[in-house]
Write a new protein. Structure first.
Length: 450
């Protein structure tokens, strides 16, 4: 598998990575009467319309998943989000689509700078270290890397261009300095987009509450509307800054970073924008509004998909609460990353759920059963019947095509493993190969233990 290209943050040379798992690939052709070796197109839940929609419309599927702010290690909530969209990426490839997957890393932002200041570390070193750790975690979890992995600092010229354009169009404005701060922070008039609010479908009161909770500044004096969001923050003493042309030196706001990276690498009306459900508002709503005005058309993304939140001890995992379980900690404790991945896949991506040691133990047992079954599937003589194997593969594909029903897919593999271990299942390499390609769980003997 191609490695995540962090921390250098350069694009991968070939977006059609031949090493990426795909069916049928090295598999024998399916027997006559079976469908050709392609999976069906995934239908995915769209937050904006609350409907299941086809996840792609052409031969190329375009995906943007919002990345991390690298000031702390990858916790299980992050892992669950990237694994969910990894299932989509894998199912798309299996359906024969060419995938363009773009992700950002917010390597300059308030929380990162605050953490660096609190610990006395250089903010760039912190960002680099944590981005590298994230990449290692993703690789261990077998999350296929995006083709374009772009940082906020790389996107500065795009943000400057976009903020300047929105100012010229009259959709953005400068705010005078307050509390001794400098003049000239640039804010976006969110209501300049008539479609603003159509993703989250929230009441104005709820929007205000979430905006205040999630990095917004509803009470900033000088704004035309409390929900207007920052595009460009002019330089403060001691803060990193970049040349902003007529905007003056400064640094980018958060939402516009994703908007410009997505428009640059995917274009308007790309297929899916994904992220945790805490990104529905304000992040995706504001990013889309900016995108509509910059591109002069809509929608920004055809479909918005959101993952549930992962809790621990009755609360959402969050930095402020300090109840985080880190992927890297589990790995250091010797937990097989495939078991972590399986523990996550036991929950539907849209549900909120709780991380528990029992859940991890169940995943470890399941992994053991699957691997024992795979060993038996390959070891037995005579070779298995292709039809029986393809039946399992098709059932697996069908579950994933239905809004990435991973728990359902796990059930299919459980039944196959159970049947094999009790002496009566579909033998041969097709199911283990499909489990690896579609679920990202390596069950073949040569790949274990890690
Ligand atoms: Zn984003």
């Amino acid at each position: 598998m191609t490695a995540w290209n962090a921390p250098e943050l350069v694009p991968l040379p070939d977006r059609r990575d031949p090493a990426l798992p795909a069916l049928p690939g090295p598999l024998p052709p399916p027997p006559p009467g079976n469908r050709p070796g392609r999976g069906p197109l995934v239908h995915l839940h769209d937050t904006a319309t609350n409907k299941l929609l086809p996840s792609a419309t052409g031969d190329v599927a375009r995906l943007y998943v919002c990345g991390i702010t690298p000031y702390d290690a990858t916790h299980l909530g992050h892992a669950a989000t990237y694994i969910a969209f990894d299932l989509l990426n894998r199912a798309w490839r299996d359906a024969g689509l060419d995938v363009i997957y773009v992700q950002n890393v917010t390597d300059v932002d308030d929380p990162l700078l605050e953490r660096a200041q609190a610990t006395g570390q250089d903010w760039q070193d912190l960002a680099r270290e944590q981005t590298a750790l994230f990449a290692q975690d993703m690789q261990a979890l077998r999350v296929l890397p995006p083709q374009e992995y772009r940082s906020a600092t790389q996107a500065v010229p795009l943000v400057v261009q976009a903020a300047t354009r929105l100012l010229e169009q009259g959709h953005a404005y400068r705010v005078p300095g307050t509390n001794g701060g400098p003049d000239g922070d640039v804010y976006f008039s969110v209501h300049a987009d008539p479609g603003f609010g159509r993703i989250g479908n929230l009441s104005p009161e709820h929007m205000l509450e979430l905006f205040a909770e999630r990095g917004g500044d509803p009470d900033r004096p000088g704004k035309r509307h409390p929900l207007d969001c920052l595009l460009w923050r002019v330089q403060r003493p001691g803060e990193p800054s970049w040349d902003g042309g007529t905007l003056g030196r400064g640094r980018p706001g958060w939402h516009i970073e994703c908007t410009t990276i997505a428009l640059e690498h995917l274009g308007i009306s790309f297929d899916v924008q994904g992220g945790g459900s805490d990104l529905v508002f304000p992040h995706h709503e504001m990013g889309a509004a900016e995108g509509h005005l910059l591109a002069g058309t809509e929608p920004f993304a055809r479909l918005y998909a959101h993952t549930g939140l992962v809790g621990l001890d009755g609360h959402k995992m969050s930095k402020s609460r300090g109840n985080l379980v880190f992927v890297s900690t589990l790995r250091r404790q010797g937990v097989d990353p495939a078991a972590i991945r399986l523990a996550i896949l036991a929950h539907h991506y849209r549900h909120d759920w709780e991380w528990t040691t029992e859940g991890l133990r169940e995943a470890q047992d399941r992994l053991e059963r699957w691997r024992a079954a795979a060993a038996r599937a390959l070891a037995q003589n005579p070779p298995g019947e292709p039809a029986a194997q393809w039946q399992v593969v098709e059932a697996l594909r069908e579950r994933l095509a239905d809004d990435l029903d991973a728990p359902g897919a796990l059930g299919i593999v459980d039944s196959w493993a159970e049947a094999l271990l009790t002496g009566n299942g579909a033998r041969g390499p097709l199911v283990p190969t499909a489990v690896s390609a579609l679920l990202g769980i390596e069950v073949l003997p040569e790949h274990q233990p890690r």
